[in-house]
Design a protein around this ligand. Sequence first.
Ligand code: ADP
Length: 477
Amino acid sequence: MQLNYIANASVRSSSGKTIPVIDPSDGQAFDEIQRSNAQDIDHAVQAAHDCMDTVWRKITAAERGRLLMRLAEKVEQHADELAMIEQRDCGKPTKQAKADAAALVRYFEFYAGACDKLHGETLPYLDGYSVMTWREPHGVTGHIIPWNYPMQIFGRSVGGALAAGNVCVVKPAEDACLSLIRVAQLAAEAGFPAGAINIVTGYGHEVGDALARHKGIHHISFTGSPKIGTLIQQVAAERHCPVTLELGGKSPQIVFADADLDAAIPAVINAIVQNAGQTCSAGSRLLVDEMIYEPLLERLGQAFERLRVGPATMDLDVGPLIRQTQQQRVWDFLSDAQVAGIPMVAQGEIVDEAPDTGFYQAPTLLRDVPVMHRLAQEEVFGPVLCAMSFRDENHAVELANATQFGLVAGIWTRDGSRQFRMAKRVQSGQVFINNYGAGGGVELPFGGVKSSGYGREKGFEALYGFTTLKTVAIKHG
Ligand code: ADP
């Protein structure tokens, strides 16, 4: 049984209740996590405050950096163990699980190096004054993590918050807690003081809500659905608590007729099948110049038919979805497509070894998806790519911007002027030209516009969000 990790100790929830942990590859329970409640959050927030007041506040930025670097080393030593934990918990193919563990190492390395480079400025002002700005931590930060990339999102969120001098209370998603509990234990081994990183597991509407409401939490970092993002904002607004929100996307891959298709095709496929499409920055809409629409769909269709889906440990192109309700959600989208007469170009294959009780979905390529259909508007969070054609550059921009989201955009063209024009005109937090990062690169600020959220995580930019700026003016005559 898995326990909460509070003040460097494994503890049960005061509720005495647990939640089963399901392996998405076979649908069977293999462990339990704590079903925590508001009392457990109180305990964790108190531990975090004690840590801040007694130890953390006095630790220098350089020492925080050393701690994070030691944690990066610990994670690297345990990378295979963490990858296997994540694989079973989340159904990740081996390559993906290992990539996530490697990304966690990179986040801690990056933020280790950043700790002592974060500083304020001196400002010109009236004669006889000296004015400076200080970057101060918020204090105790709350982190509500989704189930699609637990290690990566923990790394970017908690790594940045710690680097900026905060202490953290973390609520992982109920479907994906195990790796984070282990990382918190490794952090204690690396020398993090009790209360710097606390993990409290349970349901979102219970323990997530309690965390978001807690008066002792000074900043909330949330990655998840727009619906829960709205709730978090409402709850945080009651006490004017700052939030950083990353709420997903419906990201377009825009392919012009002059694009290098040999480069574009594998990237387009990877951007929608990576992690079974359960990626905030998945390239889930394919906008294609009408001049190459038919030949491109033909090539893509052949590639989709070769994609294989199966148990995580088989390490195929695609693993299972996280849970049965997610599988049902994807099925509902696909049956809506059928009802609307949206043509299916191709589907991958679920291998015979995949147990019927697992949560599998073959990658699916749909074409001529009407721009206002929910398949072209809402996040499916599954391996479903929706293609449509455009007439010219203006039409491409119109389609690209025609959703509530704006997280990532991919643009494929050899025309240098068009690359810049398009990058300026698409409403998106990140733009990739002739590549598609699917959120990758720990150094690159990440976050959205419109309903994709606000604030930035990753990169140095994230540190500004995890701090508050104090202006100090001294009159010395
Ligand atoms: P999904 O539907 O894909 O699981 P959610 O937005 O529901 O995405 O979940 C993202 C994270 O938010 C998870 O850790 C979940 O437990 C948490 N969560 C869900 N509901 C709430 C809530 N009412 N308050 C705070 N956190 C929540």
